[in-house]
Write a protein that binds this ligand. Structure first.
Ligand code: ASC
Length: 153
């Protein structure tokens, strides 16, 4: 009897973790987690833009690594806004339009994922013009979503 229970429990635990923090956690924890994801994205994207502007020294390995992290973060975003994680649940600039207009929001998230994939390709190419174009596109995807779905600071 006991042994028969072990496998389902182990499987359930695996499913819970692979579904990710967003589904498993308290709404306030999800808000904190998603803010951390965006912080990581920003802190990896920023230096690439700064290198292109000549504000810090260009470093190919850093560009590749940072682009990969931005792309990885972009793949998480779609899971970071479950129902019930609006401003009623905690400190967030997420607007209710996210849940009122899910298709429009999903389009913006998809755009972030697409442009982030372009960023990885551009980073790996080592071509600074291609990289500059990709940085611009990623930045536009950030801004487009913030314009519609994020409260101004
Ligand atoms: C960034 C950052 C954003 C976007 C946005 C682009 O580096 O943190 O939110 O770019 O400002 O318009």
């Amino acid at each position: 009897m006991f042994r028969k229970l072990i496998l389902p429990i182990a499987l359930a635990a695996t499913v819970a973790t692979t579904q990710g923090v967003a589904q498993a956690a308290d709404p306030a924890d999800v808000i904190e987690y998603r803010q951390a994801v965006f912080q990581v994205a920003k802190n990896n994207f920023g230096p690439i833009a700064d290198m292109l502007k000549g504000e810090i020294e260009y470093d190919q390995a850093t560009v590749e690594k940072n682009a990969a992290v931005v792309q990885m973060m972009s793949t998480l975003v779609g899971d970071l806004f479950p129902e019930g994680t609006d401003a009623m649940a905690g400190e967030t600039n997420a607007l209710t339009e996210i849940w009122d207009e899910p298709d429009a929001f999903a389009d913006k998230v998809a755009k972030f994922e697409e442009t982030s994939s372009e960023l990885v390709e551009a980073a790996d190419s080592g071509d600074k013009r291609q990289l500059a174009a990709a940085v611009k596109d990623v930045g536009s995807s950030c801004k487009a979503c913030h314009d519609d779905f994020r409260r101004d600071d």
